[in-house]
Design a protein around this ligand. Structure first.
Ligand code: NAP
Length: 339
């Protein structure tokens, strides 16, 4: 099969090449997926760059990538099942992540076929395209696991800081599906997109600091992670929650070695004593459960990914470069079967 192979860490154009490699053999709990669509996201960027260096220690591989084929988010058709697989059969259309753990390791999705644990997948609804399904797994997982949206509804106000990106656009739509009033913060050229997703109010972060205004929010969902402890409190209602997703802005924030990990641990510790921070945990919910929730939202038309750009597999470097440069509104996809 054709696959993108990563040799070392560094600039995409230097370390990624299209190769002919063997089709993987699924282990007992894995299925082999013929990949129709896969998407790029921040963690693929981190693992290909090897940046911050902590990703090499915590999963990607200390002296070079442990697994050579990048990519984690995919949708496609099951072509083979491992001996112990119970949830899927050959011919099923599925989507999800290509591994069950954290994303700081290559997942093998940038290929014509990928062997994937059944526990990281859900069935793709028939009324949803492969591209739309492959656009949401990791961003949807992050969006849904950072806040318990079930406890909010009509009458609650949320502000999503960095609403036009992968995670923010899912959080915005889930909040609207719950009946919340949503204020979206991002660049002005994303406003048409954000309005179409259902945002009630729009704020241009280049022109206005919403923490200096008079509005108060029940949830501040900070994807851009640009707020400080002092300024978010000004915009939070008395029983409000501040959710910090964590964002290194593709190497522009955080240290080269540890990235935003020190800040992450600071918030984990503060969450033990502060009522305005949701309690944080290191244990992840089962991926297939979150994928099943995403499938329901996609099927009901409550979550609609916008596909901005499509590349064949050999366009992986360009796709990651465009992700890094920003200014693309919506998801950037790779279509392995077009190669
Ligand atoms: N999406 C995923 O699948 C995924 C996967 C793994 C990890 N993550 C984690 O989640 C974080 C967020 O990911 P994402 O995919 O949502 O990122 P993203 O697509 O880069 O979105 C971030 C959004 O925030 C905007 N922004 C930049 N500076 C801002 C500011 N000062 N105030 C308000 N908005 C600002 C960005 O606009 P500009 O274009 O102008 O910068 C962009 O629209 C990542 O850093 C990563 O750690 C996400």
């Amino acid at each position: 099969m054709k696959a993108i192979v990563q040799k070392g860490y560094g600039e995409f154009e230097d370390v990624l090449r299209l190769y002919e490699v063997d089709v993987p053999t699924p282990k007992p709990h894995e299925v082999l997926v013929r990949v129709v669509a896969t998407s790029v996201h921040a963690d693929v960027w981190h693992v290909v760059k090897g940046q911050p260096r902590a990703v090499r220690l915590f999963g990607a591989g200390l002296f070079g990538p442990k697994s050579s084929i990048p990519g984690t988010d995919l949708a496609g058709t099951v072509t083979q099942v491992g001996d112990a697989v119970t949830r899927f059969a050959v011919g099923d259309e599925v989507f999800g992540e290509s591994h069950g753990g954290l994303q700081w390791t290559n997942g093998g999705a940038f290929a014509e076929f990928a062997a994937v644990p059944e526990s990281a997948l859900a069935r793709k609804p028939a009324n949803v395209t492969f591209e739309a399904a492959a656009a949401v797994p990791t961003s949807g997982f992050i969006a849904l696991t950072n806040l318990d949206f079930e406890v909010y509804g009509p009458g609650h106000r949320i502000i999503v800081n960095g609403a036009a990106g992968g995670v923010g656009s899912v959080a915005l739509q889930v909040a609207k599906a719950r009946g919340m009033h949503v204020t979206a913060v991002d660049r002005a050229d994303t406003f048409e997109f954000l309005h179409a997703l259902g945002a009630d109010c729009l704020i241009d972060y280049e022109q206005q600091d919403f923490t200096q205004g008079s509005e108060r929010y029940d949830v501040i969902y900070d994807v851009a992670s640009t707020l400080t402890l002092d300024n978010y409190q000004r915009a939070l209602s008395p029983h409000g929650k501040y959710v910090r997703v964590g964002h290194e802005h593709y190497g522009q924030r955080g240290s080269q070695t540890w990235g935003s990990l020190p800040e992450f641990f600071k918030f984990v510790m503060l969450s033990a004593v502060r009522k305005d921070l949701p309690s944080m945990s290191f244990s992840l919910p089962p991926k297939h459960k979150i994928m099943t929730q995403l499938a329901a939202l996609l099927e009901a038309g409550l979550l609609t990914p916008h596909i901005a750009r499509r590349f064949p597999l050999e366009g992986a470097s360009q796709a990651l470069r465009e992700l890094e440069q920003g200014r693309v509104i919506g998801k950037i996809m790779l279509c392995p079967q077009a190669t």
